[in-house]
Design a protein around this ligand. Structure first.
Ligand SMILES: *Cc1c(COP(=O)(O)O)cnc(C)c1O
Length: 556
């Protein structure tokens, strides 16, 4: 007999003894949620069905109407409220083409549930032994995948690619200024990343107290990769003015265009400049949050092609892999499993080539009084910025086991294949939409339209367009963003206002706006591409027409 009590506070919790009755009740509640979501699904649109009036007063109404109920609410009824939250929610159908916002895979979700069932704290292996074990395992797995020595490497799961960039910076500072964790950060330390890098480093500079003025942006080539000659010159300039370069972030897979910095050249450049001026080589972080997952092709036999990819897909994958091959030269890396790893938020893995580096930012024993040091091993994370940590490693572990190397290879290859088909069809059917990241094989395409359907892209790259002209083109593209955005429940596209920084003919510089298609849903297939392109064509025509109307002379 179970000791189940109808009116006990214990009914808010899973059973203590594993009895069948409470398990069934728990399962029914979970089934209610899953059935509820399934009933909302609509594969011919982007959003789940259901009503959601998002009037101007939506949030103020919520504030007015929300209060904690005095009495307890039956969970079945709570579930109905939870399901209402999901009404009209974007869902990863085949028309979900917006950004690196993946669907959580079944293995990823089950890994999370596993972690929640024991709710360990990954702060310390005595409190969270399952999470610690999974974390050590996935760090070893990913180290071997990228070519780090798993005996020397280390890392931990953290809050995003941004968290990885931030701790990379903490390590970079501590390497050059070992006193900094106690005495504060010297003012003359500088960090470098390309103009196409993620803004995470900008924020990290603010948060460490260095200030974002000490972040130097390095020019990119037209393929969005870092111009390492410009890196050299900017590092030398900083040194000449009394600064010390401590951190270089090489982006291996930019979020918009899939530009891939050459980590070998970045490392070599940083080492040469450091050697010349007798300073320590800056810490190199490869921001592989998004693109790092292409390491799954590091050992793919491109000749034998065991998974039978088409020649075009094979060529694209090989090109990406060849640009990624130097990732393991970086001191630290990141894998955002919530991106191409197919696990729920937040499941980022920060990888450190030399685990010993983490001691630079660790706490002394006496500073962590209530965390014992009597773990099974010595697994105690005083170097993380988080104190308590979720065991997101369990979700990562689940996904790595379930997908396996070939599962990830097939998924990524599918994304690449659909994107290749999109580019080809777009070029054929809508030639006025110029693909502006065409040099980069990828899972996303950036495309830009020009007034009068001309193609100014090469002129823009080489600085032959005036600022006014580029701004006019940007406005035209932003009209397209608007038109597509208003109907995003039909197809959900992305866009960016920051593609490349180009010089203008009048001596200034600016960025290009471009619409974006991101292949991220496993349900988007090559067969859907013609329909997607057709839809774009109609909308692009609409924008051109309304643009032409604005040019009609009044009364003319
Ligand atoms: C997404 C992304 C980040 C930020 O990662 P979060 O997980 O959102 O914190 C940083 N760098 C790159 C290249 C990214 O794609």
């Amino acid at each position: 007999m179970s000791n189940y009590k109808e009116n006990s506070v214990q009914t808010f919790f899973p059973s203590e003894d594993g009895n069948q009755k409470e398990r069934q009740q728990f399962m029914q509640l979970i089934e209610q949620l899953i059935t509820g979501v399934d009933n909302l699904k609509n594969p011919n649109g982007v959003n789940l069905s259901g009503e959601k009036e998002r009037s101007k007063s939506f949030y103020t109404d919520l504030i007015r109407n929300s209060a904690i109920p005095t009495d307890s609410t039956d969970q079945k009824e709570v579930n109905e409220h939870l399901l209402k939250l999901l009404h009209n929610h974007p869902y990863h159908s085949k028309y979900f083409l917006t950004n690196i916002l993946p669907m959580a895979s079944t293995p990823g979700i089950l890994g999370m549930i596993t972690a929640f069932l024991v709710n360990g704290n990954n702060l310390w292996d005595v409190y969270g032994p399952a999470g610690a074990e999974a974390e050590v395992r996935v760090i070893s797995m990913m180290s071997k995948l990228v070519g780090y020595d798993p005996q020397l490497s280390g890392g931990y799961t953290t809050w995003g690619g941004q968290g990885a960039i931030f701790t990379g910076l903490r390590l970079a500072i501590a390497k050059v200024a070992p006193d900094a964790p106690r005495k504060g950060v010297p003012r003359n330390l500088y960090a470098f990343c390309s103009e196409s890098a993620h803004y995470s480093l900008f924020k990290s500079m603010e948060a460490t107290g260095l200030g974002s003025d000490n972040l130097i942006k390095v020019r990119t080539h037209s393929d969005s990769s870092m111009d390492t000659e410009d890196l050299r010159q900017k590092m030398e300039k900083v040194i000449a003015e009394g600064g010390i370069p401590v951190y270089v972030v090489a982006t291996t897979g930019t979020t918009d265009a899939m530009g891939i910095d050459n980590v070998q050249l970045v490392l070599q450049t940083a080492a040469e400049v450091a050697g010349k001026y007798g300073i320590q080589r800056p810490h190199i972080h490869a921001d592989s949050a998004l693109g790092g997952f292409f390491a799954f092709f590091r050992e793919y036999d491109f000749l034998a092609n065991p998974l039978g990819f088409t020649p075009q897909v094979l060529e694209a994958l090989q090109k990406i892999q060849s640009r990624m091959q130097y990732m393991s030269l970086a001191d630290t890396l990141c894998f955002d499993f919530q991106k191409l790893g197919q696990t729920p938020y937040s499941t980022s893995l920060f990888l450190v080539k030399n685990a010993a580096d983490l001691q630079l930012v660790d706490l002394a024993e006496e500073e962590t009084p209530y965390v014992g040091h009597r773990g099974y091993g010595d697994y105690h994370t005083g170097y993380t910025l988080e104190c308590s940590r979720m065991a997101s490693s369990i979700s990562i572990y689940s996904a790595l086991l379930a997908f396996g190397v070939t599962g990830y290879q097939r998924l990524l290859a599918q994304f690449v294949e659909v994107n290749l088909a999109f580019r080809e069809t777009l070029r054929r059917e809508v030639p006025e939409a110029v693909i502006v990241n065409d040099e980069n094989p990828a899972i996303m395409t950036l495309f830009r339209i020009y007034p009068d359907r001309r193609n100014d892209f090469q002129a823009e790259l080489s600085g032959q367009c005036s600022l006014a002209r580029i701004e006019e083109t940007n406005r035209l593209n932003e009209q397209l963003f608007e038109v597509l955005g208003q109907k995003r429940e039909i197809m959900f596209f992305g866009d960016t206002k920051k593609h490349l920084v180009v010089p203008t003919s009048d001596g200034s510089q600016t960025s290009l706006s471009a619409a974006k298609l991101f292949v991220i849903s496993p349900y988007t297939e090559v067969a859907h591409v013609p329909e997607i392109v057709d839809y774009l064509k109609q909308n692009i025509d609409t924008v051109f027409h309304s643009y032409a109307d604005t040019l009609q002379p009044i009364g003319g």
